[in-house]
Design a protein around this ligand. Sequence first.
Ligand SMILES: Nc1ncnc2c1ncn2[C@@H]1O[C@H](COP(=O)(O)OP(=O)(O)O)[C@@H](O)[C@H]1O
Ligand SMILES: CC(C)(COP(=O)(O)O)[C@@H](O)C(=O)NCCC(=O)O
Ligand SMILES: [K+]
Length: 264
Amino acid sequence: MSQRFRIAVDVGNSSIKIAHTPPQNTQHDVDLCIVRVSLTGTDWQSQMAALAGSFPESSGSVQWLIASVNSVGCDRLTTWIQQHRPTDQVRVIDRADVGIETDVRMPHRVGIDRLLAAKSGFDLASERSAIVIDAGTTITVDLVSAAGVFRGGAILPGLGLQFRALHEATDKLPRLEPPDDLANMESPGRDTQAAMELGVVSGIVGAIDRLIESFQTQCDVSQIFLTGGDAKRLSPAIRSSHRIVADMPLRGLYGIELSAPHSP
Ligand SMILES: Nc1ncnc2c1ncn2[C@@H]1O[C@H](COP(=O)(O)OP(=O)(O)O)[C@@H](O)[C@H]1O
Ligand SMILES: CC(C)(COP(=O)(O)O)[C@@H](O)C(=O)NCCC(=O)O
Ligand SMILES: [K+]
């Protein structure tokens, strides 16, 4: 593996998550520094500059490992690196780099974040079958078998996206932010806001619980993991017992062993 100072970046549809080892540590198993940056915000370039300013001076050039499901975000990031850190090495990883077998119809179409999160879940479950729920822009609920094979899953609109869609597709529904307390909803909802909140949250939580039940009939699932920007908010409302692990795709990416660089 390269000895360069490594930065791992998970480029999602709402934000990018960036991980590096704190400067005083060189081991890969220590806890990571993780920063979240929204590439649609106005100050992302200054956030990137501040982050780069914290890299140890001795590190010289840096190896950026990027996993992306958002090509616009990935282009913005790689252009920034080329302009501001021209000697750094950049590698955008693909499915082969993740090293997880798949049993799906079109393996090349599966989001790299789903594969990385599944790999993290399998490792954390001590190489037993797992369900990984990633609650971000979308919510993915995926199954990895006891043999470590990514078996596919489900994709549904995330919490923020559902509220946005209700507002944008109608004349009368207001623009709402997701509520904080999802475990204690007014039911039935007695005004528009309460009805929207109850509808969206019941849809998401009901879907997650149903998917877990369905996957469990196919696999003796040993652990269920919940990750992503909305994990903490959703957790109290999900019935099945589960473990919250922050930034699973990013953690999977950071520890990846790379094969020889791809030819240009
Ligand atoms: N600091 C934050 N900024 C923006 N969204 C956040 C933040 N913390 C939690 N969220 C929630 O995280 C969700 C996006 O999750 P994230 O994992 O970043 O998505 P993605 O991986 O698709 O980029 C949004 O629906 C939002 O409700
Ligand atoms: C499902 C996703 C949109 C999730 O992205 P996210 O919500 O994490 O930003 C992404 O993994 C993706 O673009 N997947 C490609 C289709 C597939 O996984 O089958
Ligand atoms: K997701």
